[in-house]
Design a protein around this ligand. Structure first.
Ligand code: 13P
Ligand code: ZN
Length: 270
C-alpha cells in the first residue's frame, strides 16, 4: 500500500487549501472543499474494507452511493491543513443512499466533515448531471465578492453582467455566469438544496453576505474560477463609487464569444 500523503490528489488538495488561505479567502475555519475520487485511486493507498468510523450525513443522496470524497473537516483551519492533513481532512465513502459516510482515513482527532456537507454533496449531484467530469466543489469567503453583495443588486443577470464587465476574460472563464442566493442559514439541508438547484445552471453560486461556491473538473480549475470572479469583484469595489466613463460593451462581449468559442448565458447579453 502506498503512502496516502504522496497521492497526487492529496498533494493537490493540501496545496489548494494552503493557497486559498494565502489568498485571504478562508479566515479561521472559513471555507470547505470536497474532491470526488475514483475507487481505483483510493485503493492504491487504503484498504477499502477498513472502515474507521461511520458518520450519519442527515440527508439522502442516492446518486452518490459508494462514491469516495476527500473533504475538509468542520471547524478546521485551512492554514493548518498542510501541517496536519490527517486531522484537518478526511476521506469518506457514502453508503445507505448517502445517509452514512464511512470514514476510511483522516479526522484523526475524532472530527468530521464540514458542516456544509449537504451543500457540497447535493452540488456534486447537480453538477454531475450536467457535467459528468465534475470532481470538485469549493466554498470560501473572498472579501470583494462578499462586499459586492452588500452594495449591488442580487439579480443574477445584473450581477453576472457587472462581473463580466470588470475584466475582459470573465465571460470566457464563466460564460454561464454566477447564480445568487439571498442570505440563508448556512450548514443546513435547505441551503444545500437551494445551492444544488443553482448549480444546475452555473458553476458559481454566491451566498449573499457569506461567500461563494465553485464547481469544476479539478482543484486548479475551480480555484481559477473563483479567483477570476473575485478579481472582477475587486475591480468593481474599486470603481463602484466613481463615475463610469468606459466599459466593455455587449458588442465587445460578442467578439469575445466568437474569438474564444464560448456562449454567454442565454439572454444575458443584448
Ligand atoms: P466548516 O468549518 O464546518 O467547514 O464551516 C466553515 C464555513 O465556511 C461555513 O459556511
Ligand atoms: Zn462559509
Amino acid at each position: 500500500m502506498k503512502d496516502i500523503l504522496t497521492a497526487p490528489w492529496m498533494v493537490e488538495m493540501i496545496r489548494t487549501a494552503t493557497n486559498m488561505y494565502a489568498h485571504g479567502w478562508d479566515e479561521r475555519n472559513g471555507g470547505n472543499i470536497s474532491l470526488l475520487l475514483d475507487e481505483a485511486d483510493v485503493a492504491e493507498y487504503l484498504d477499502l474494507n477498513n472502515v474507521l468510523r461511520t458518520i450519519p450525513t442527515g440527508f439522502e443522496a442516492p446518486a452518490l452511493e459508494g462514491k469516495y470524497f476527500l473533504v475538509t473537516g468542520t471547524g478546521k483551519y485551512f492554514k493548518n491543513v498542510q501541517y496536519a492533513p490527517e486531522v484537518n481532512l478526511g476521506l469518506v465513502r457514502l453508503t445507505d443512499n448517502g445517509m452514512k459516510a464511512e470514514l476510511l482515513w483522516g479526522y484523526e482527532d475524532g472530527g468530521k466533515f464540514t458542516s456544509e456537507f449537504p451543500a457540497h454533496m447535493m452540488s456534486h449531484v447537480a453538477r454531475l448531471t450536467v457535467d459528468p467530469a465534475n470532481r470538485v466543489v469549493m466554498h470560501c469567503h473572498p472579501a470583494n465578492l462578499l462586499a459586492m453583495t452588500y452594495v449591488h443588486t442580487l439579480d443574477e443577470r445584473a450581477f453576472t453582467r457587472t462581473l463580466w464587465q470588470m475584466c475582459t476574460e470573465c465571460i470566457v472563464v464563466f460564460p454561464d455566469g454566477v447564480n445568487v442566493l439571498p442570505w440563508m442559514l448556512c450548514g443546513t439541508n435547505e441551503i444545500g438544496a437551494a445551492t444544488a438547484e443553482k448549480m444546475e445552471t452555473a458553476r458559481l453560486v454566491i451566498w449573499a453576505q457569506h461567500g461563494i461556491y465553485g464547481a469544476g473538473k479539478d482543484l486548479d480549475e475551480t480555484f481559477g474560477l473563483i479567483e477570476t470572479a473575485e478579481k472582477a469583484a475587486e475591480i468593481y469595489m474599486k470603481i463602484a463609487h466613481l463615475p463610469r466613463v468606459n466599459t466593455i460593451t455587449d458588442e465587445q462581449m460578442h467578439l469575445l464569444e466568437q474569438r474564444f468559442g464560448v456562449k454567454g448565458r442565454d439572454g444575458y447579453l443584448d
